[in-house]
Design a protein around this ligand. Structure first.
Ligand code: PNS
Length: 190
C-alpha cells in the first residue's frame, strides 16, 4: 500500500490544506493527516478540536485518516509504515525551510518528501493569517471549510466576550485575548 503523511499544526485547517490533502488522496492509496502535538506552541484550537475538524472535512475522501503525533515525524512514519511526506509549497519563501526539513528527514530515516505546488487560489493562505483576519472581523469565508468558519467565529466570540467581562483591562491586556494576539507573532504556519 502506498501510504503518505500530510503533517502540520492545522490550527485550523484551511482550504489550502484541504486542496493538498485532496490531491494527495488521488495519488496515494492512503493519506494520513498527522496533527502535531506541540505543548510549547500556543494554539487557538486544541489538538482534539483540530483532529475533529480535519476528520469532518476529509471524511468524503474515503482514504484519508487523521492522527495526532508528538516527537519526530520520521518516528511517526516508521511506526505507521509511511515512506513519504507530502507538503504544499506556496511560494519561494516556503522553499528554504521546507527543503531543510526534507533533507533532514531523508538524512534521519530516508523518508522522502513530495512537494506539491499550492493551488494559486490559496497560495496566500496560512492558518496564522486566517486567525488574524478573523480576530479583527475580516471575512474569511471561502478560505476555510464551512465548519471551520463556524468554529472560528464561535471561538473568537467566546474570547471577545471574556475580554469584555474584564472592564478594567484592555482587549490586548486580557489574558485570553493577549494570548490570542500573541499567537500571530509566530512564524506563519500552514
Ligand atoms: O503546520 P506546521 O506547523 O508548519 O508543520 C510543521 C511540522 C509539524 C510539519 C514540523 O514542525 C514537524 O515535522 N514537526 C515534528 C518534529 C520533527 O520531526 N522535527 C524535525 C523536522 S526535520
Amino acid at each position: 500500500m502506498r501510504r503518505v503523511v500530510c503533517p502540520g499544526s492545522f490550527d485550523p485547517v484551511t482550504n489550502g490544506h484541504l486542496d493538498i490533502i485532496g490531491r494527495a488522496s488521488g495519488l496515494y492509496d492512503e493519506v494520513v493527516v498527522a496533527v502535531l502535538i506541540n505543548i510549547t506552541k500556543k494554539s487557538l484550537f486544541s489538538v482534539d478540536e483540530r483532529v475533529a475538524m480535519l476528520g469532518e472535512v476529509t471524511k468524503g475522501y474515503g482514504n484519508v485518516r487523521v492522527e495526532r503525533f508528538h516527537g519526530l515525524l520520521v518516528d511517526f512514519c516508521a511506526a505507521n509504515g509511511i515512506t513519504a511526506i507530502v507538503k504544499g509549497l506556496r511560494a519561494v519563501s516556503d522553499f528554504e525551510y521546507e527543503m531543510q526539513m526534507a533533507q533532514m528527514n531523508y538524512r534521519l530515516a530516508k523518508v522522502e518528501t513530495m512537494f506539491m505546488t499550492t493551488n494559486p487560489l490559496y497560495s496566500f493562505l496560512s492558518s496564522s493569517l486566517i486567525k488574524e483576519i478573523a480576530t479583527y472581523g475580516g471575512d474569511v469565508s471561502g478560505l476555510v471549510p464551512e465548519i471551520v468558519l463556524t468554529e472560528l467565529r464561535a471561538r473568537l466570540k467566546d474570547l471577545s466576550s471574556a475580554a469584555r467581562r474584564l472592564p478594567a483591562m484592555s482587549w490586548e491586556s486580557h489574558a485570553g485575548a493577549g494570548r490570542l494576539i500573541g499567537r500571530f507573532s509566530h512564524r506563519q504556519t500552514r
